[in-house]
Design a protein around this ligand. Structure first.
Ligand SMILES: CC(C)(COP(=O)(O)OP(=O)(O)OC[C@H]1O[C@@H](n2cnc3c(N)ncnc32)[C@H](O)[C@@H]1OP(=O)(O)O)[C@@H](O)C(=O)NCCC(=O)NCCS
Length: 197
């Protein structure tokens, strides 16, 4: 089940992200610190200074035992906040990959971004082979590459991707349910009050 992240799951989610992405720049490392304090005005100001105008919702995929198996989220950048939202940490626990969880999280996110009226969903990613599956998934969901340049301190490229949300998009949640037998129902109650935990 996909639910909005709340305080009870944030440490577990942060651990998953740290395991999947051991190399993070200082700003990326601050994400969960900032997430916990995202409504404090001082933190909002600090985020703005580094080009982030809002940390919106984050979602997690919980298995039947309530374990966090994957996560995805939305945030806004000052440069394009009126028209776009960006994908924050997106990953699935290596033990539960290949079951449709990543696809259902991304499909969920696209649906939310579209329903909130944004024109674009954007993200940056890398050509690191560890992220190769993500590139296929992004391509299949229409997130086309818009720019790429070499990372300063890694032998990979940084890749920017974008999806224009105006076009009609058929939800693939039903596909995930039938193909993988996943419970992709979203606990609407936990995210309908946007910004409330
Ligand atoms: C990308 C990721 C989230 C996908 O999660 P997942 O739950 O395994 O993905 P799904 O089972 O929903 O599969 C979705 C698609 O990913 C691709 N994929 C999944 N496993 C793959 C594998 N082992 N090899 C190649 N492609 C793969 C396929 O395109 C698949 O679509 P298909 O089933 O229609 O063929 C996961 O691999 C991950 O966490 N990777 C490391 C972190 C990362 O790269 N995050 C994004 C960085 S910006």
């Amino acid at each position: 089940m996909i639910v909005a992240l709340n305080e009870s799951k944030v440490a577990e989610t942060e651990n998953l992200v740290r395991r999947v992405f051991p190399w993070q720049n200082p700003l990326e490392r601050m994400f969960y610190w900032a997430w916990r304090r995202r409504r404090q005005s001082a933190v909002r100001l600090l985020l703005r200074l580094v080009g982030i105008s809002a940390i919106d919702d984050t979602w997690v995929y919980l298995n039947d035992s309530g374990k966090v198996c994957g996560t995805i989220g939305l945030y806004a950048r000052t440069e394009d906040e009126s028209e776009a939202r960006w994908v924050s940490w997106f990953c699935v626990d290596p033990e539960t990959r290949g079951q449709g969880i990543g696809k259902s999280l991304l499909t969920h996110l696209i649906g939310v971004a579209r329903s909130r009226g944004y024109k674009y969903l954007r993200l940056y990613t890398g050509s690191d082979p560890d992220e190769a599956a993500a590139q296929l998934l992004y391509e299949s969901r229409g997130l086309r590459e818009t720019r790429r340049k070499p990372f300063l301190f890694a032998p990979y490229d940084k890749i920017w991707r974008e999806l224009e949300l105006d076009a009609e998009d058929g939800s693939e949640l039903t596909d995930c349910e039938s193909k993988y037998g996943l419970n992709t129902k979203t606990d609407v109650s936990s995210y309908s009050a946007q910004g409330e935990d």
